[in-house]
Write a protein that binds this ligand. Sequence first.
Ligand code: PEP
Ligand code: MN
Length: 337
Amino acid sequence: MIITLKSDTTQKGIDQVVQKIKELGFTPHISKGAERTIIGVIGENAIRYRNVFEAMFIVESIVPISKPYKLVSREFKKENTKVKIGKVEIGGKAIVVMAGPCAVESRDLLLEVAQQVKEAGAKILRGGAFKPRTSPYSFQGLGKEGLKLLAEVSRITDLPVVTEVMDPRQVEMVSEYVHIIQIGARNMQNFDLLREVGRGSRPVLLKRGIASTIKEFLMSAEYVLSGGNYDLILCERGIRTFEDATRFTLDLSAVPLIKKLSHLPVVVDPSHGTGMRDLVAPMSRAAIAAGSDGLIVEVHPRPEEALSDGLQSVIPQDFHRFMKEIKSIARVLGRGS
Ligand code: PEP
Ligand code: MN
């Protein structure tokens, strides 16, 4: 349930309610809005204690949350969540584009791509050091060495970086090198991993599972927020359908729907979502038009030599071109930088 406190409630009043929630064995989650403080009471059947809180004079109203996800829901928080990474804000007015190679392959390649995508207007550098490959014989990523390169290139270019973590035991180590932790589609329901990043302090980019419903996606997001980490970005990256002409089916309707159901920022990955270089620009334009807060795009200067996902990697010149189109669309929607 959600407890909304009266607008003149003091910190002492908030503390009293929090204390009561804990005494009853539930977990309080506080959301301080511009006018009112809302406290989410998380735990099974919390609503049966409604009377206890209704009796407190500082409580304005109590609303049960009927959805299985609570903290990620719009009911819990009306305002959009803005995730801040240094000077970059995801979920605010401006569209944020993350771009870079699928995998960190070498220092030179990473630096080259980073400079090119920055020049084109990307605000965050992407690159995988631990790669979840379908085949155990495919390039698995440079591991810790790749993280060091990401950190170095981030310092040189002043771009924050996002990278995937696959193992809960590596969350702490990866967090030392990068700014955003990515949970890949294949790990969307790795609950130990979700709990681990939920305990952490790094912002998280959670990708939708390849066969997951939006409800399941939001339940996974709930794991992260319920651990105390509210800095979560959701990423639509395509789902498996009967269609095999594209690598996945990019579900763009998920964008406005999730924005309705949740306060969290949503970005779109047109690279994995289509698997086809030529479709990346049009689907990026469509994603921004559909209300996406940003994009995550694979860029490689020589896709034919890429160690992973060359077929869907766009070359920097094309990336540059479609970034201009995206900026125009964003401006029309009042979302220019
Ligand atoms: C990636 O972004 O590098 C990746 C592997 O994506 P996904 O988990 O969406 O397949
Ligand atoms: Mn990839």
